[in-house]
Design a protein around this ligand. Sequence first.
Ligand code: ZN
Length: 348
Amino acid sequence: MDGKFPQTILTDMDLGLRDAILTELPHTKHVFPPWHVTSKLRSWFCTILGSQFDKFKSDFDKLYELDAVEEFEHTWAEMVTEFGLSSDRHVALLHSHRSYWALPYLLGWFSGGLLTNGHLLSFQSFFKGFLDSETRLKDFVEQVGVAVDFQNQAEEEATTERNQLDTKIRTCMPIEEHASTILSHYAFEMFQKEIMSSTEYAVFETARESYLVRHRLKTDGGHVVSCDTSNEEVQCSCKGFESTGILCKHALRVLSLRNCFLVPEKYLVPRWRRESSLFPKSSGQKYRSQALRSLASIIIQESAVTKDRFDYVEWHMSRLLNHIRDMAGLMKLRRIWVRARLCMIRLI
Ligand SMILES: [Zn+2]
């Protein structure tokens, strides 16, 4: 990993993996994703709870709607008492590992918005095309890279062809329209969910550039947002941006109050941008030449640092060059250009 470690790692609820990750990746946040935790509930509690299981499962799912530690602990204690599970070993296991799966303990750790049950099916369909039980770990990493490249390119081409025609703007807020021109389809859906929810929140100014943002139907709780428009800085106590890379509903509510009509640049992270938004809008040869020179310059600087980096870059660049020379035809030129940019970006 060239000295870099993942910020967050999602795995099955496996205590062996837990120990290995604690040892090998001590600074990485280990998360048991919701879909895996909830998939265990039936085998653990159905026999004990009998007809009460469905109610228990419904209450357990609601835990994922909580974002404050105190609220989680209180609700958990009530649930355990109500179902008479205080001496159950699986309840003890879940509670002792709550920092691995309960959302209030995961605030601020980047998850890319993946901590919802709905992502299980998309993961399965994503991996199905190129993985099977025979796939080795080394091949797995390479195959994921190829699949992500393919998906990025496919999304970019689809976006160009659609030309935004099917992107539905759901509010009258200019900031939503701005986000729609920059974010990828996946990221814009996350953004749109937040901006729509933001209209349900009330704002109270508590100090200069500090706000309490609370749901309109609640009389307590809420999150604290600090907002300094002079340097386009906005921070929320829910840590939504740190977790997903998308501004949370609380921050968006305050930005709206402060008459911000564009998403500040620093909150449009490269990970979630459409590829075309990473480059100046131009299609001329001069622009292409300059853009590639700029990327090449960065690659030279970065790859000269160690021999491993140099070998890696040399091998990929040789392949890329051969690939480009082998291709022909006006229609293919655009694909080469997209592919070259993708490869170079990922080499950096
Ligand atoms: Zn927030």
